[in-house]
Design a protein around this ligand. Structure first.
Ligand code: CA
Length: 227
C-alpha cells in the first residue's frame, strides 16, 4: 500500500512518514502543494494525506485539481482548523475523512486503515446494499425486499449519496452541494421535502426504517440501533 503525504511542517511530515513506514506502508513525503499534485498525478497511490495550508497550492485546490482529472484515490485531510465549514468544504470536494491537529499517531493510523479497507467504491461496486434495500448503479434501479421502487433522478442521487456514506450523518449543506449543486446558504427546505418523499417510498411500507433525521445535524442512512 502506497501513501503520499503532502505536509509542509517538516516535523509533522517526518513523524508521519516514519510511523507509517513502521506500520508497513510505502510512503512518500513532499512539502509543497504543487509537488504534491505532480506526484499524485504520476504515481499510483492508495491514499493521499493532505495538509490544508500548504505553499504552492493549498490542499483543497490540490484535491479539486485531482478530482477534475478523474483521479479518485482516497484523501485524508489534516487540518489545524476545526470549524465545521472547513470540514464540510473538504468533504464536499471529495475528501474521505479529516483529522484535526493535533492528533495522535494511533488515531491517524486507525483512520488510514479504515479508509483503505473501504477501498475505492467508485471503481468496484455496481450495487449498493443496506439490509433489504438495494441500489443497482448500472441499471439505476432500486428495490426493497425484492420489490422494485420507482425514484426520480434526484431521489436516486440522494439515495445513492446516503448509501455510499451510510452510517455517517450528512449535513444538509453537504447534501445540497452534492445532489443539487447548490451551495450552503440556499434554502435547505428543498432537501427536507425531497427526503420526506424518499422516505415515503423506501421506508414507509418496509422494515427496518433506514433514513434517520439527526436533529440539528442532518440525515443518516443506517440500521436502527437495537435497544
Ligand atoms: Ca501547513
Amino acid at each position: 500500500m502506497k501513501i503520499l503525504i503532502v505536509e509542509d511542517e517538516v516535523k509533522t511530515g517526518e513523524y508521519l512518514r516514519l510511523g507509517l513506514r513502521e506500520a508497513g506502508f510505502t510512503v512518500e513525503l513532499v512539502h509543497d502543494g504543487l509537488d504534491g499534485l505532480h506526484l499524485a498525478r504520476e504515481g499510483d497511490y492508495d491514499l493521499l494525506i493532505l495538509d490544508v495550508m500548504l505553499p504552492g497550492m493549498n490542499g483543497w485546490q490540490l484535491l479539486a485539481a485531482l478530482r477534475q482529472h478523474g483521479q479518485m484515490m482516497p484523501v485524508l485531510f489534516l487540518t489545524a482548523r476545526d470549524q465545521v465549514e472547513d470540514r464540510v468544504k473538504g468533504l464536499e470536494l471529495g475528501a474521505d475523512d479529516y483529522l484535526v491537529k493535533p492528533f495522535s499517531f494511533a488515531e491517524l493510523l486507525a483512520r488510514v486503515r479504515t479508509i483503505l479497507r473501504r477501498g475505492r467504491p467508485a471503481a468496484e461496486a455496481t450495487t449498493l446494499q443496506l439490509a433489504n434495500l438495494e441500489l443497482d448503479l448500472l441499471r439505476r434501479r432500486v428495490s426493497r425486499d425484492g420489490k422494485r421502487i420507482t425514484l426520480t433522478a434526484k431521489e436516486f442521487g440522494l439515495l445513492e449519496l446516503l448509501m455510499r456514506r451510510h452510517g455517517e450523518v450528512l449535513p444538509r449543506s453537504l447534501i445540497a452541494s452534492q445532489v443539487w449543486d447548490i451551495n450552503f446558504d440556499s434554502d435547505t427546505n428543498v432537501i427536507d421535502v425531497a427526503m420526506r418523499r424518499l422516505r415515503a417510498k423506501i421506508d414507509d411500507d418496509f422494515e427496518p426504517k433506514l433514513i434517520q433525521t439527526v436533529r440539528g445535524m442532518g440525515y443518516v442512512l443506517d440500521l436502527p440501533e437495537q435497544s
